[in-house]
Each structure stands twice: as C-alpha cells, then as structure tokens.
Write a protein of this length. Structure first.
Length: 147
C-alpha cells in the first residue's frame, strides 16, 4: 500500500491498535494514519497522537523520519524492515512485554476513568466488558464484541 492508495479515514477506520505487523502492535494502525495524512484523507484521525507516541518512544524512532519513509511509498513489509533497522534493539521478550502492557492498559487517574466511561457509554453502552483503551477504540470503530 502506498499513499496513492491510502485508506480514506473519513469513510473507514484504520486497523485495530492490537493488530500486529511483525512483532509490533500499533504499527499497522500508525501506518494507516500516516498514509492517510500524506494523502489528505485522515479525517478525525491524528498521526503521532499519544497512542502512536507509545510506539515511537518504545522503538526510539523520530516521527518525521518515519513519515518520510512512509512517503517514499514503502509497503507494510518494507516499513516493518525499516522499523527493525532503525529501532532501538529489543529482545522478543521485551517486545511482547511492551505489547501486553499496552494491550491491557486501563485508565489510571480519576479524570481518565471518567473520560473512559463517558466514551464507553457513548460507543457501547450495553457492553460493560470494555475495560482497556484498545477495547474502547475497537468498540468505537465497531470491532469489539463481548463473548
């Protein structure tokens, strides 16, 4: 996928934050948003939002350099290779631990808990099983289903 065929995020959603590309969560979603920004089709989505920053801080990659690499037309697999070459080295266990911590992250202050509950009630009022930030995004975008 190049920016010429980037998703139109005014009509569809980026991939789930929990979807993996290689060993990384968030990367496929970040790529969708970055390509949409480059194409001018990002809608309400922001590249380099606080969630994206979790990834960029973990891998220690500059967002401007990342955006330049995406703008060059690299595919998902090519971007994965680029990230692995540019990233601060991590063991597989460190990557899995980081992924687990982010996938299971919950609001941690009274203000964030109130915001989270407001968003949960807005997007999935009949689903009390939405408890993590990733689940909330997936619920907002119609992907989270309770068992």
């Amino acid at each position: 996928m190049t920016q010429q065929n980037a998703l139109d995020l005014t009509r569809s959603f980026p991939r789930s934050p929990g979807e993996t590309l290689g060993p990384y969560i968030l990367l496929s979603r970040i790529l969708d948003k970055c390509r949409a920004v480059l194409a001018g089709t990002q809608g309400e989505y922001n590249f380099n939002c606080p969630l994206d920053c979790r990834f960029f801080n973990f891998v220690a990659i500059d967002t401007d350099k990342f955006k330049e690499a995406v703008a060059s037309g690299k595919t998902d697999d090519e971007m994965l290779t680029w990230v692995q070459q540019q990233s601060m080295p991590h063991t597989p266990e460190e990557i899995m631990t980081w992924a687990y911590e982010n996938r299971t992250a919950r609001p941690d202050t009274p203000e964030r808990k109130a915001y989270f509950e407001q968003m949960r009630m807005k997007n999935c009022p009949n689903n009390p099983y939405v408890e993590t930030w990733f689940q909330l995004l997936d619920a907002e975008e119609g992907r989270f289903k309770a068992n």
